[in-house]
Design a protein around this ligand. Structure first.
Ligand code: PLP
Ligand code: COI
Length: 337
């Protein structure tokens, strides 16, 4: 029995479910995984996650399909990315089998929280890895807590897929350094982006980040990757300071399958003027079309319209058809539970 919730009204907000799943690691040895109703932890105030930001997280979804079965999308890729994030902050990586077992247990223990088919809502998992060693000397700890926090969610951008979202450029705040932690999914990147994202939200927009070296090239759309359609090609930034998006990787494959040439390269901001459509893509964002990009430093406005373009629409349906089990899963992206 699914819960009695108005699923269609859900936004991207935390809703507490019955269980979370946890495992601990001490000196490189992982302990047992267990599900618990307790969402709180007892943590030393000198823990490395609190003092020095030794923390990494992930985001992935389970979809209730057209056939009633539940599919987790590309969970192994999230496990691998979290392992890279862990290495990036000198943390012990969560082994892929432990990561996946924790996700599957979190799903099994919260099956009633997987939203019904065709509500637009999904069960989102937030895996979290934190350093728990008490330490004042600056350096990494050797104790870690891994937790998977599930929550049913709706669209990340309130306008969803049907209505496009406006973005504004910010040349005064970088979310990451050129060779810093932008390629890792660590909390510090998000804290560092708040000044820019809050300023954009105050203007009713989202923030488009430029490359932190020259600020000429497009980096990321808030908490999502950027893609554009340029002369019929799918173009998306190559940069050392952006998160390699699993959604973007999937869209690149689907674009190729539909005969598009895919280019992953530095993209100058001015190239927007030649694009027929563009969007933000990510687990939370899925595809969120971009309506316009405003450059406040020169007053330039790149316009794309309020509705999704034809290529974004095709890619959105191709991706969601696999996630909801309406199309063949040719690449084995979904784990049916
Ligand atoms: N970029 C950033 C900064 C993100 O936080 C996310 C979300 O995870 C993405 C891109 C999209 O990545 P993915 O498609 O793997 O969710
Ligand atoms: C995601 O797309 O899964 C994210 O984690 C982005 C953001 C909500 C942090």
């Amino acid at each position: 029995m699914t819960k009695d919730i108005d699923w269609k009204q859900l936004g991207f907000h935390y809703t507490e479910t019955d269980y979370i799943v946890r495992a601990e690691c001490h000196d490189g040895i992982w302990g047992p995984i267990h599900a618990t109703k307790d969402k709180h932890i007892s943590l030393h105030l000198s823990a490395t996650c609190l003092q020095y930001g030794q923390e990494a997280f992930e985001g992935l979804k389970a979809f209730r399909g057209a056939d009633g079965r539940v599919r987790i999308f590309r969970m192994e890729e999230n496990a691998r990315r979290m392992a890279r994030s862990a290495e990036g902050l000198c943390m012990t990586a969560v082994p892929e089998d432990i990561f996946c077992s924790c996700i599957e247990l979190a799903l099994q223990k919260n099956m009633d929280w997987v939203p019904p088919y065709e509500t637009g809502a999904t069960l989102y998992f937030r895996p979290l890895l934190i350093g728990t060693t008490p330490r004042l000397g600056v350096g990494p700890g050797h104790d870690f807590l891994f937790a998977v926090i599930p929550s049913p969610i709706g669209p990340y951008y309130p306008s969803g897929f049907e209505h496009a979202t406006p973005f504004v450029v910010n040349r005064h705040v970088d979310r990451a350094a050129p060779l810093g932690t932008g390629q890792f999914k660590v909390g510090g990147n998000y804290a560092a982006s708040f000044r820019a994202t809050e300023a954009a939200h105050a203007q009713g927009m989202s923030c488009l980040f430029l490359d932190p070296t020259e600020r000429h090239y497009i980096d990321e759309c808030g908490a999502a990757n950027f893609f554009g359609i340029l002369n019929g090609r799918y173009v998306t930034p190559a940069s050392s300071s952006i998160l390699p998006s699993i959604t973007n990787n999937s869209l690149m494959q689907l674009a190729r399958d539909h005969g598009l040439i895919v280019e992953q390269r530095p993209i100058k901001l001015e190239e927007l003027s030649a694009m027929s459509e563009c969007g933000a893509c990510g687990t939370a964002a899925v595809i969120s079309p971009i309506s316009r990009v405003i450059d406040p430093d020169n007053g330039h406005v790149y316009e794309f319209g309020d509705r999704p373009g034809p290529v974004s629409t095709m890619l959105y349906h191709a991706l969601q058809d696999i996630q909801y089990g309406r199309a063949a899963d040719s690449y084995g992206w979904c784990k049916v539970v």
